[in-house]
Design a protein around this ligand. Sequence first.
Ligand code: BOM
Length: 141
Amino acid sequence: TAEVMSHVTAHFGKALEECRDESGLSAEVLEEFQHFWREDFEVVHRELGCAIICMSNKFSLLQDDSRMHHVNMHDYVKGFPNGEVLSGKLVELIHNCEKQYDTLTDDCDRVVKVAACFKVDAKAAGIAPEVAMIEAVMEKY
Ligand code: BOM
């Protein structure tokens, strides 16, 4: 659900500042991670892909090939309040997006494409959070 996704985003987003330097993602492109979900934010920058890889690695959510680690991602999402209602769907949506871009060999380029696909599909599935929902739970993490 969107409510659960707001918690996951709030927690995941805390890793952004640790990843800014190595990813090269400027505050001009993305100031706060929750803006990822804004209607007018375009998920297109290669540096955002690099940042998502770096952030995911803080929580062991990727395999060595920079594809999603299904078990770890499932467990990560399950750990949030009501997480079990989102975990299966989230893993399914991300994996479906990964399959569409599997031929892209640059990890950062591929992951930003996967993230853009995930944003579209999460909205369509009704599990994308409003930025206000994320801001309401930020202080918990
Ligand atoms: O193949 C690469 C897998 C990358 C998975 C991450 C894609 C989605 C990242 C952008 C959105 C994040 C929102 C919430 C946290 C989900 C872990």
